[in-house]
Design a protein around this ligand. Sequence first.
Ligand code: GLC
Length: 555
Amino acid sequence: MHHADWWRDAVIYQVYIRSFADADGDGLGDIAGLRSKLDHLVSLGIDAIWINPWYPSPMADAGYDVSDYRAIEPRFGTLGDAETLIAEAHERGLRVLLDIVPNHTSDQHVWFQEALAAGPGSAARDRYIFREGRGPNGDQPPNDWRSAFHGSAWTRVTEPDGTPGQWYLHLFASQQPDVNWHHPDVHADFLETLRFWFDRGADGFRIDVAHSLVKEDGLPDMAERNWARLPFRIQPIPGVHQTDHPHWDRDEVHEIYREWRRVADAYDPPRVFVAEAWVPDPSRTVLYLRADELHTAFNFDFLRCRWLADDLRAVIDDTLREHRSVGATPTWVLSNHDVARHVSRFARPQRTGVRGHHLRDLAAEADLALGLRRARAAAMLMFALPGSCYVYQGDELGLPEVEDLPEESLQDPTWERSGHRDRGRDGCRVPVPWSTATPSFGFGPEHGAEPWLPQPAWFGEFAASEQDGVDGSMLELYRTALGQRRAEAALGEGEMAWVASPEGSLVFTREPGFGCIVNVEAEPVAVPEGWTFVLSSAPLVDGRVAADTTAWFHR
Ligand code: GLC
């Protein structure tokens, strides 16, 4: 779409750059690798890419520990490479979203190094969240907050004079100190980073943990909270899906995004944002999407939704109602670099085998053929819903989670921080299989270093080269469905209407003249009179839509 509102119905492809394509053979993906695959992305039929952090980083959290926001990690390339990539994407009609990490910096960031050197009470420390410890010797953390990667959210530093000193807050790994958003330098510096990349042609940003930036004054203990559980329709996450949290989703955070919106709107065309905000309820999500704040947010309710008709219907209804209330466009997403791939989630019995969206939440044997069949149906459902969609690299190949990575290869900080109880997120980050031509399945060159995470032997079956031009492959389904989505006036932004259908199925129409049948777990569903077949995720059976199948029609 070539208009300023392109993001309202775009399909955005997530490039997890370190695992996408390795041109220089060091085992890590890079910008040159991404450039070499732009034509693959064009042939897929997507509108934009979102690139995970590509800035200089010690890689304690795979690049989400940024040490310099206005430069490129040398292992990924140079600033010149980045500018060339953006220009080449634009020439092909693709927009480019980058990833900004405003909750924390790397502990190697110059600000944090200054803060350590300057000592307690200094102006440099005030850019972060340093506090004295509790207990007689100050050797207890300042409060009971937990890191999202397990363990305490506080680490004690050694002061410049060699004595045990203050503690600093890190909601993630200890190498990711949280910055202090009450400090004017923090505001000014992130605005400069936004402008730096906007000036270089970036079309917008995905905002990392957009809901965590502001902490409650006084940093009160979690234990004192009187939690009220929200009437959340799908499995709540304890500690997250709760109201009035001292560091998630505080109302004060919205002022920051009003400031950012003014910067984005000053560009022509205006630049756009998508929030990563894991909040309790869609009524909280859409607060980020008020007219003077962010444009879009990931729909994690849809990502977390099990393959069950009533749950899907509830999530779709809640999403549409809440987004309508602020005039925002919904988004839909099935997987990303933080969750177990949906083929593997859908491969489990949905009522008993899926407790959440992480690998650790999956129980029961995987039936991967079933997972793939459902993933095909889910993609076609998602592409037919009103709004914009996200595709995570490898979704279009039907990649499952790699559930059995050798322990010695695990790199997610979660693994160490959990005392080896939680394998973390590496299983969805394994480098993409492009072909069967090189030892790394085309990820890197023939004689390149081993990929940063090992690919299992069976990865070759999913390689793009094995699916290219193969009727019925996941890759060809994505291409056909995305091409059709573009051609259909009814798809993308707009309205939809439910049609009565048997329990266990979802049927809806969109105007002009489009109909969608999703059979989740019903007996084969009959096609309404006058509907003509367009595309389906699995063959119709005697003219009916069987279980775990989505089909599109004209009417
Ligand atoms: C977001 C990112 C995740 C990262 C975390 C800390 O959730 O998606 O990968 O570990 O933020 O930056």
